[in-house]
Design a binder for this molecule. Structure first.
Ligand SMILES: [Zn+2]
Length: 313
């Protein structure tokens, strides 16, 4: 594959992770925003999965599957959701997603003019509600050069989008209030929970996942800008997902484990209807209310990245 094509492929694949954040067409990063001279992540850095475990899928999760969807795609989505459901139940205080009225996971044998994979669906009131959607004929669904196994790639996307649905069920995405945690934390949380649910299921080791993210950020020249990445209207490139993942690692480490993610989501959901502030402007207050000084956290991030990058390069 030519370098440009390869970079474009990486870009497209990472981009699909952002799908449930109410994408706005004009905000879609253009090809010109892709660094032209980059090192592509080396194949040796690609996470090597071990076995994919079989976890029980709760019967409360309803699927709507269009005729003609490949059995492997159905299996990957269902298995991915079983894995992330288990993680939410055991590690982040519970999975409320299934309590959402008429909650349905939709799998289409078609493409769409949106992303391949989304966590939310427009409800009858016109607002985005929990409801993952997968378009299995969308070009983003296949051919990811960064993963050795498309099945696991699909599981990971299911985990990410299901996490957005979970965030929606708690109230920190969708509804009337957009993304009161801001973009980087909304996406970083979905990435963190997706990857860590696969780690918990024994698919990857933590070390492999960190190495993957480090190699990805080192493969490009963009610098993190978390302040800018709060605003969902600003550019959030594929490598921003990698930085956001690493930032959430630090947030979790500093604040007593993954349960902090639920607390932040709950806090933002509580705040948004009362502050009257535009969605992401609630992030400051949500963090402060939980004893996290956002400015100090951002300041510490640069040192943290330097350490993580040096240790894992
Ligand atoms: Zn996303």
């Amino acid at each position: 594959m030519k370098t440009n094509t390869f970079i474009l492929a990486i870009f497209v694949i990472f981009l699909l992770g952002c799908s449930s954040s109410t994408p706005i067409a004009s905000l879609t990063p253009t090809i010109t925003s892709i660094p032209t001279q980059t090192l592509t992540p080396s194949p040796s850095s690609t996470p090597k999965p071990t076995a994919t475990p079989t976890l029980l899928l709760p019967s409360s999760i309803v699927f709507s599957i269009e005729d003609g969807v490949k059995p492997d795609d159905i299996k990957a989505i269902q298995q991915g959701i079983a894995i992330v459901h288990n993680y939410l139940e055991t590690t982040v205080g519970g999975d409320e997603t299934t309590n959402w009225p008429n909650f349905t996971v939709s799998v289409f044998n078609s493409s769409s003019n949106e992303s391949c994979c989304l966590g939310l669906t427009k409800g009858s009131n016109g607002l985005n509600e929990p409801g993952p959607r997968f378009y299995t004929l969308h070009p983003e669904w296949s051919n990811n050069p960064l993963f050795p196994n498309t099945f696991i790639e699909h599981e990971k996307h299911s985990d990410h989008e299901y996490t957005h649905a979970w965030q929606g069920s708690l109230g920190c995405i969708g509804g009337r209030y957009g993304q009161p945690l801001g973009r980087w934390l909304t996406e970083g949380m979905a990435e963190y929970i997706a990857w860590n649910s696969l780690i918990k299921a024994g698919v990857f080791s933590h070390k492999q996942v960190i190495k993957f993210h480090v190699d990805s950020v080192l493969s490009q020249t963009g610098k993190p800008d978390f302040q800018s990445w709060e605003n969902p209207d600003n550019l959030f490139d594929w490598w921003a997902y990698n930085y956001a993942y690493l930032a959430v690692e630090k947030l979790v480490e500093d604040n007593g484990g993954p349960i902090i993610l639920r607390k932040l989501c709950d806090e933002a959901a509580k705040l948004a209807p009362v502050t009257n502030l535009r969605d992401y402007l609630n992030l400051n207050i949500a963090m402060k209310n939980l004893g996290i000084d956002k400015t100090s956290f951002y300041d510490e991030l640069s040192i943290y990245f330097e350490e993580v990058l040096n240790k894992n390069r």
